[in-house]
Design a protein around this ligand. Sequence first.
Ligand code: DX5
Ligand code: ZN
Length: 214
Amino acid sequence: MIVSPSLLSADFINLGRDLDLMKQAGADWLHVDVMDGVFVPNISYGFPIISQIHKATDMPLDVHFMIVHPEQYVTRTRDCGVELMCVHAEACTHLHRVIQEIHACGMKAGVALNPATPVVMLEDVIEDIDLALVMSVNPGFGGQKFIHHSVNKVRALREMIDSSGSKALIEVDGGVNAETGRLLAEAGADVLVAGSYVFAAPDPAAAVQSLKVL
Ligand code: DX5
Ligand code: ZN
């Protein structure tokens, strides 16, 4: 399992320490949540922070944009050293074009789906994307309860990806812990994002390991 700890739950005053901790714990990527207060009812952090994170670590940055008009920020995201830019299908009128622009900038392209958005929304771009992100909570906040229907969405996406020959990875974000992670692994998830489960744990490294072995 690829594990991408969500920095939304990290200790911002000691962010460098938490980045090192995740690296030592064996985490694969770092999940960075960008919120604009419009697409979601919360505001997080933006480019200066992403750029600093990139300078402080060699771990790949998996940036989840919960913003309207993400197409306006593709080059700035690339300039921050981001490996994978993930946009919401619900935020992109011209999703296919945004995917092409992300690739033209040399990044991997991900597309996220809110809990109420059906997986069929990805059918016509499934061969063009590197990652499909299933939101298993309504985006905007860490520490929410896992929506169990997400397991069915992962199963449906697994079938869509395998039958199309797409190389897209399936990532799941929201309410992930060892228990929900096991269900998601069985359903065919490739990447698990976890915020509160990892950073609120008495032993964050053990929490990362408990997901890695799934
Ligand atoms: C929520 C964010 C998540 C969040 C997950 O909108 O996209 O990445 O940090 O937090 P947990 O793992 O606590 O549900
Ligand atoms: Zn996220």
